[in-house]
Ligand binder design. Structure first.
Ligand SMILES: *Cc1c(COP(=O)(O)O)cnc(C)c1O
Length: 364
């Protein structure tokens, strides 16, 4: 058996063929294809407006800036997420306030969030983790009660819905990533959506050097360059066409893992909350013991695993954000493993990974 990788992007001949048109039309910067991709994303998400950014970190940043978040503000961020969620807040000059997560859903714990509120709390950033939706009914009610803006980090949540409504469409803004390991990819890329025309206008100015149209050298505001390319948009349009197939494949992979690991009492497979569908970003499992030894054993057997996200409050770079009440995110890091999962993984490869895990626990 060859090494089984943690992840492989699902791109092929269709994507390759699709970029040809950019060369034929001699238009490779952001243009008609980006406009089309944006329209299809808005339709998919069910939002009125959306703009691109170079990646999902910058789309979070763009969303926060458009909401007016900046120095002196605090933003509630779950402690269990990829570091970009918190970094985007820091980039605006605001401070991320880290909140522990629920041990079963891995989503932000609102009871704990309540204890973190101060006069400076301006916004919260629920993260739709591992391809499952946070409880957006409770989060929007909490935000309303406490007068908070909401920016949804839906980087891992294309196609994921809470009660049938797409992630990213609940809050004031929603942010997506098209990095290579996300559900659909353009290599790098981000998208931020909103239903609010004023926020949309702010994002247009911010991403285009403080003006609305290219070709003019009058800049009413200070802005940045967050353009993508039509080469990426061509790939994105192809990926959106493949999305139903990608979702189907990812869900089948998870079911196979569930089937093969169901009799192993040591292994608990991550499940979505009741009102969310699940488009696994990774196949995430937690173990009652010997996580490190299991990871070593899988490595010896040529299976590439990943740990869970390292608790943000423990990050060496966030020593100033140290706090002592994020026990659950520590627990998740200490017990969690991500198993290989990508649309082209073979059933026999999944079966092999499960066999290695089951063998390990027969011995330990
Ligand atoms: C991937 C990811 C991001 C950042 O997206 P990039 O495109 O890599 O910048 C932000 N938040 C979460 C939860 C992510 O998984």
């Amino acid at each position: 058996m060859k090494e089984i990788k943690q992840f492989k992007p699902f791109i092929g001949l269709e994507e390759y063929e699709s970029i040809k048109q950019c060369f034929e039309t001699n238009w490779i910067t952001e243009g008609k294809l980006a406009e089309q991709f944006s329209k299809e994303l808005c339709d998919l998400i069910g939002c009125k407006y959306g703009v691109f950014a170079n990646n999902g970190t910058l789309s979070l940043y763009l969303g926060l800036k458009a909401l007016g978040i900046g120095p002196g503000d605090e933003v509630l961020v779950p402690d269990f997420t990829f570091i970009a969620s918190a970094n985007s807040v820091i980039m605006t000059g605001a401070i991320p306030i880290l909140v522990d997560v629920d041990p079963d859903t891995y989503h932000i714990d609102l009871e704990k969030a309540k204890t973190k509120l101060t006069k400076k709390t301006k916004a919260m950033m629920p993260v739709h983790i591992y391809g499952t939706a946070a409880n957006m009914d409770e989060i929007m009610a909490f935000a309303k009660d406490n007068n908070l803006l909401v920016i949804e980090d839906a980087a891992q949540a294309i196609g994921v819905k809470w009660n049938g409504k797409h992630c990213g469409s609940f809050g004031d803004v929603g942010s997506f990533s098209f990095f290579a390991d996300k559900t659909i990819t353009t290599g790098e890329g981000g998208f931020v959506c909103t239903d609010n025309y004023e926020i949309y206008q702010k994002m247009l100015f911010l991403r285009n050097q403080g003006r609305i149209n290219r070709g003019s050298f009058i800049h009413p505001q200070v802005g940045y360059n967050f353009r993508i390319t039509d080469i990426q948009a061509a790939i994105g349009l192809t990926q959106i066409k493949k999305l139903p197939d990608i979702i189907n494949k990812k869900q089948k992979i998870l079911s196979r893992y569930c089937e093969k690991l169901q009799h192993n009492e040591r292994v608990k497979i991550f499940k979505p909350p009741k009102n969310s569908n699940h488009i696994p970003f990774r196949v995430a499992i937690t173990l009652d013991q010997n996580k490190d030894q299991l990871m070593d054993f899988l490595k010896e057997n040529k299976v590439e695993t990943r740990t869970f996200f390292y608790p943000l409050h423990k990050q060496p770079c966030f020593s100033c954000l140290e706090n002592n009440d994020c026990k659950n995110s520590i627990d998740l890091y200490e017990t969690g493993v991500c198993l290989p999962s990508y649309p082209t993984i073979l059933q026999e490869e999944i079966d092999y990974v499960c066999e290695v895990i089951n063998n390990f626990y027969e011995k330990h």
